[in-house]
Design a protein around this ligand. Structure first.
Ligand SMILES: [Zn+2]
Length: 369
């Protein structure tokens, strides 16, 4: 890493909501941050942690806007009035106010930190606020360098982390910490509706989008960007756009695998995917479903959400027929198949073919460990 990457000089209003009321979920964190803004209390420094895409940086920016506003509202919101010098300036040139984002895009070294601080020296004063993006990637020494260098100033930090526990304990003990969580279903739907071109979309299509994006605003926004904009948002359209159409192929594979009419040494072809690991994951998703079927609206994998029952019922029926009527035979056969497909060495095409062969032997009654 040779040069210091620039923190965002200006945020587009769309990419960066202006007020807490623009945000969904994160009730506890937002309440605490509103109190900070309302009372003008911006210490101690704080940690915002949660999975990537959950909205850590967005929340940091909204809070910072409130912190820099000269006349925040009684509810703890930035005023957003045109005559508020700071609110207007925050959109155009936040660093001029003393708001900096340090985003090294990986694991920085101490020299990188030193250079960042040296080149920003003129921008820092007592009201400054520095956001440390992916702070849990820095390592203790680099993080220490940051905080020690600025010790004795009243600069406040917002540390963004995926996993709070990876931050040094002394730092954690001196910070307020807020865990951000994926959006609940209603909030996630509201988030999507605000971004989709056509309304009203199919609720089931929304659920698939939420599932594929794991309820994370950043991930869901990416999914929306992959949809064809002009046509209506349908369940099938969403599945196609997000490459969630694989269960048809995988179901056909399982039907062939469990077909006792086919000779035991005939090996059905495992449907392709970008990576062998994804092929294996898909086999496991179906296998899991064969053991513990969920209702169509409750499937854990977004590709299985709202699938017609027949798609997966038939492989289940075949597995039962293969296992025979003996009590516990179905479970036993399932366990043997699971043993084949949870092996750690399913890493390439040859290993996958071997796993399919072993599965064939299991279902046709051959001995298989
Ligand atoms: Zn203002």
């Amino acid at each position: 890493m040779s040069e210091v990457q620039s923190e965002s000089e200006a945020h587009s209003p769309l990419a960066s909501p202006g007020a807490f009321t623009d945000l969904l979920g994160q009730v506890r964190a937002i309440e605490a941050l509103r109190t900070r803004v309302r009372t003008g209390t911006h210490h101690p420094s704080m940690i915002l942690h949660g999975p990537p895409g959950v909205g850590r940086r967005t929340l940091a920016r909204v809070y910072a806007r409130g912190a820099f506003c000269v006349r925040p509202t009684a509810a703890g919101e930035p005023c957003r009035r045109e005559d508020c010098h700071h609110c207007a300036r925050f959109d155009r040139k936040p660093r001029g106010l003393g708001y900096l984002e340090y985003d090294p895009g990986g694991t920085p070294d101490s020299a990188h930190v030193d250079e960042f601080l040296k080149t920003r020296k003129g921008l820092l004063d007592d009201r400054s606020m520095i956001v440390l993006v992916d702070a849990d990637e820095y390592g203790d020494r680099v993080l220490d360098r940051f905080l020690k260098t600025l010790q004795g100033t009243s600069i406040s930090f917002i540390l963004l982390a995926r996993d709070e526990r990876r931050l040094p304990k002394p730092i954690r003990s001196r910070c307020d910490s807020f865990r951000l969580r994926p959006l609940a279903r209603d909030d996630a739907h509201a988030f999507l509706r605000a971004r989709l071109p056509s309304a009203p979309p199919d609720e089931r299509a929304l659920d698939v989008l939420v599932g594929a994006g794991e309820g994370l605003p950043g991930r869901m926004a990416e999914q929306v960007a992959r949809l064809p904009g002009e046509s209506g948002i349908t369940l099938d359209g969403v599945r196609r756009a997000l490459a969630l159409t694989w269960p048809e192929e995988m179901s056909a594979f399982w039907r062939a695998l469990l077909d006792r009419e086919i000779p035991a040494d005939a090996v059905p072809r495992l449907p392709g995917a970008d990576e062998p690991s994804e092929q294996v994951r898909r086999v496991r998703v179906i296998l899991q479903h064969l053991r513990a079927p969920t209702t169509p609206g409750a499937a854990r994998d977004p590709a299985l959400l709202y699938r017609e029952a027949a798609l997966l019922d038939e492989p289940i029926a075949r597995l039962r027929r293969c296992a025979g009527p003996r009590h516990g035979a179905f479970e036993e056969m399932w366990r043997r198949l699971a043993h084949v497909w949870t092996s750690g060495d399913l890493i390439d095409g040859d290993a996958l073919v071997a796993a399919v062969q072993r599965s064939r032997r299991v279902v046709s009654g051959g001995v298989e460990g």
